[in-house]
Write a protein that binds this ligand. Structure first.
Ligand code: SAH
Length: 503
């Protein structure tokens, strides 16, 4: 029999997942989840994990709590690791307690992984601490949406009104007006500060601030809806000083990243950390070569080379895969000099335990050759270049012209990946995308092939002049270009551009 893990997924921002939750999600055979578990969290699962959606927004039918309990027990009979994933914390308005009781009755082993609950996290991301020394010393977590079939409220409104410092309402928007009236009737001054935080911790977070008297109208006017946390108390006024999340340089910007998914994560994470909402649109996918033998042969014979020249992170990871395939490891490179094109490639090598002998300061062929020549005679040397199946011939040709024996091996190939093209085209044409980024000419070509050059009001950021030229050729206008042709250089260009425009 398997184990059921009742796991809190946190409020949305995947960075707020606990280490234990991330570990269990990565290891799960099956994940049973609700609507409020963010895509960024779910994407950490194994690609072959089975997914069962039991949220309220299920189109066909909604499972009752009893049916969910039965499902969990049944899955535990079939799988080793069943992760029951819930937004926030599983025991805070998450019905995790009921599921745990059912598992106990059925004799199914279970564990609980607490999560960062929305009632604390959404206010925190709005710049509202739920307690503050000298201001309030207690906080209550309240459901704003009591079971409507109940005749009388279980909540002691008079006590909540006067006996508790900060009030945090989950499911708080729908019945806010009535709940606030009860608080005022119970003795809370009508001018007590109150705020609603919609989609807290998500890039689309919205916050409305008012008082017990004014907030219901303000929320209605702004059209805020679920999921939202409503906070009542003087701590709300701290937001004026402490709002940090919305102040980040790219907050509210929707930015498309067109790199292959495997490589986009650092770029996407950096943009996300600056506040942007990142739409990953990998126009290409990296695939291993169908015939693994040439690269394996190179790996086997690696010590017959004087230099191995890595041109990309993919080249590094594929080469080491092959090294492992043939039963060898990094020590096989003893005595072979290693050159990395670009700092990211250098970092990938360091991860494999190799400090590159050479990282040319510029990444164009002439500069690479000049740097290699400074290290020693090229004539007669054997040079291995593991690279993409289709790659520019300039560098190997120039090396051969100087008398080197160059072995080029296709380490991986890039193939077009058009999944989600329709929905992105739709978003672009409706004007809901702010920026499209290109990190190579190939991503421009693939993007325009899949989407076209009509991108609405979205602007274009390019990693350098070659990519920009391709973009212009394909009918796009380039609005910003990196001065240093790297991902950090591109991020800097984007930041500067938005800073200049005053957002
Ligand atoms: N177990 C969850 C709460 C589930 S009840 C937790 O601990 O956070 C569902 C309610 O949680 C929503 O109606 C909303 O009030 C709140 N909620 C969940 N995620 C939220 C988010 N990202 N921003 C604001 N409120 C959120």
């Amino acid at each position: 029999m398997g184990t059921v893990y009742l796991v809190g997924a946190g409020p949305g921002d995947p960075g707020l997942l606990t280490l234990r939750a991330a570990e269990l999600i990565r290891d799960a055979d099956v994940i049973v989840h609700d609507a409020l578990v963010s895509a960024g969290v779910l994407e950490r699962r194994r690609s072959d994990a089975e997914m069962v959606y039991v949220g309220k927004r299920a189109a066909e039918h909604t499972l009752s709590q009893d049916e969910i309990n039965t499902l969990l027990i049944e899955l535990a009979g079939r799988y080793r690791s069943v992760v029951r994933l819930k937004g926030g914390d599983p025991f805070v308005f998450g019905r995790g307690g009921e599921e745990a009781e059912a598992l106990v009755s059925a004799g199914v082993p279970f564990e609980v992984v607490p999560g960062v609950t929305a009632g604390v996290a959404a206010p925190a991301y709005a710049g509202i601490p739920v307690t503050q020394r000298g201001l309030v010393s207690s906080v209550a977590m309240i459901t704003g949406h009591e079971d409507p079939t109940k005749d009388e409220s279980d909540l002691d409104w008079a006590h909540l009104a006067r006996g508790v410092g900060t009030l945090v309402f989950y499911m708080g928007v729908g019945r806010m007006r009535g709940n606030f009236r009860r608080l005022v009737e119970g003795g809370r001054p009508a001018d007590t500060a109150a705020a609603a935080v919609e989609w807290g911790t998500y890039p689309r977070q919205r916050v409305v601030v008012g008082t017990l008297e004014s907030l219901p109208d303000l929320v209605e006017r702004e059209g805020l809806g679920a999921p939202a946390i409503v906070v009542v108390g003087e701590v709300v006024r701290l937001r004026e000083k402490l709002a940090w999340f919305e102040s980040r340089p790219l907050f509210g910007k929707r930015i498309v990243v067109t790199r292959a998914r495997a490589q986009a994560s650092d770029f996407a994470a950096s943009l996300g950390a600056l506040g942007a909402e990142v739409l990953q649109f990998p126009t290409i996918r990296i695939q291993p070569m169908e015939d693994p033998e040439p690269l394996r042969r190179a790996a086997r014979e690696i010590n017959t080379f004087d230099w191995v020249l890595f041109t990309s992170v993919n080249g590094v990871s594929r080469f080491w895969d092959s090294l492992r395939d043939v039963g060898r490891d990094t020590r096989a490179l003893a005595g072979v000099s290693v050159c990395a094109i670009g700092p990211a490639t250098g970092a990938a090598l360091e991860m494999e335990g190799v400090r590159p002998d050479l990282i040319p300061s510029r990444f164009v062929a002439e500069a690479v050759i000049e740097a290699l020549e400074a290290e020693g005679e090229l004539s007669g040397s054997r040079i291995l270049i593991p690279r993409a199946e289709v790659a520019r011939p300039v560098l190997p040709n120039e090396l051969r012209a100087r008398g080197a024996e160059v072995v080029e091996v296709a380490a991986y190939r890039t193939v077009p990946d058009g999944a989600e093209a329709d929905s992105l085209r739709e978003m672009l044409r409706s004007g809901s995308v702010d920026l499209v980024t290109f990190t190579a000419s190939s991503t421009v070509d693939n993007f325009v092939d899949l989407i076209g050059a009509e991108i609405g009001s979205a602007r274009v950021a390019s990693i350098g002049p070659i990519t920009s030229a391709t973009a212009r050729e394909r009918g796009l206008r380039v609005d910003m270009e990196a001065r240093e042709y790297t991902i950090p250089g591109l991020i800097r260009a984007i930041r500067e551009n938005y800073a200049e425009r005053g957002q």
